[in-house]
Design a protein around this ligand. Structure first.
Ligand SMILES: [Zn+2]
Length: 279
């Protein structure tokens, strides 16, 4: 594999209704109405010799949407182990049940990380109420991939769909979490606009914090972040697409055209993620 895409959303499990936010996201990212199925996703990644880390998002308490079960993520990975790797998702606001589900998903289902979305799940990462969940992730030795910065979901609808961006502001939430759990690997998903400088500062300061570049076509990623990605942060930044909202094919084509140091490219595309995932 020449690359690892650390950020891919699993196609919805057949038979459950789509997420409430989905039609708006399709409009915003100018996507077709007919979503890819797993076979199409797998074909896409095989064609570019890239491994995809897939996951669901359980935000049921806040949104009422049923998540794609962790069992479904694990089954999908088991059917295509050459090209897929899976992260669990749990809803932090389900309390002790979330902690237990995370443990089950890792120890019994073999999932390799935890995906969270503070905006959709409506929680602050540094709220002590959620310490048991992060302590469990640290104990299990798995990375946590957490949405940071702006969210497309809810944009241009009344009150932004009720979603509050502050949950995903890097400082204090992510920074305090990283300070309190030095053994926990935290990946801030996406360029954390409008807080790029906070995101860079945390990642420079804390060895356990990383950034994925997903959700943005590379030519639009803020220049300040790309300069760091090719320089001081070249071992802390990971390729992610945010499939299906951004195509990994398009992402890699545009990344090739960016002006960054050649020695940083394989680190960002593959090596940094391989290190975190223990591959
Ligand atoms: Zn995403």
């Amino acid at each position: 594999m020449k690359a690892i895409d650390i950020h891919a959303h699993i196609p919805r499990m057949p038979g459950i209704p789509e997420y409430g936010i989905e039609p708006g996201l399709r409009r915003m990212f100018r996507m077709n109405d007919e979503p890819d199925d797993v076979a199409k996703m797998v074909e896409t990644y095989r064609a570019i010799d890239t491994m995809a880390v897939i996951f669901s998002v359980d935000a049921e308490t806040e949104t009422g949407d049923l998540p794609d079960p962790n069992d479904y993520v694990a089954e999908t990975v088991a059917a295509h182990p050459d090209v897929l790797l899976g992260f669990a998702s749990v809803d932090p606001r389900k309390g002790q049940a979330a902690v237990e589900e995370l443990e089950r998903a890792v120890t019994e289902l073999g999932l390799k990380g935890l995906k969270l979305h503070p905006i959709h799940q409506a929680f602050f990462p540094d709220d002590p109420e959620f310490t048991p969940l992060f302590a469990k992730a640290e104990e299990l030795g798995i990375p946590v991939l957490m949405h940071s910065g702006y969210a497309a979901a809810g944009a241009n609808t009344p009150g932004g769909g009720g979603f509050e961006l502050a949950y995903s502001r890097p400082i204090p939430g992510f920074d305090s979490l990283a300070a309190r759990h030095p053994g926990l690997t935290i990946i801030m998903a996406h360029p954390a606009w409008p807080w790029i400088q906070e995101q860079i500062a945390i990642t420079l300061h804390k060895p356990n914090v990383f950034i994925d570049l997903s959700g943005w076509a590379p030519k639009y990623i803020p220049k300040e972040l790309m300069a760091e990605a090719g320089g001081r942060l070249r071992k802390k930044v990971l390729f992610g697409s945010d499939y299906p909202y951004i195509s990994p094919v398009t992402w890699m084509e545009q990344f090739d055209e960016l002006d960054i140091r050649d020695e940083a490219r394989p680190l960002i595309l593959h090596d940094n993620a391989a290190g975190i995932l223990g591959l």
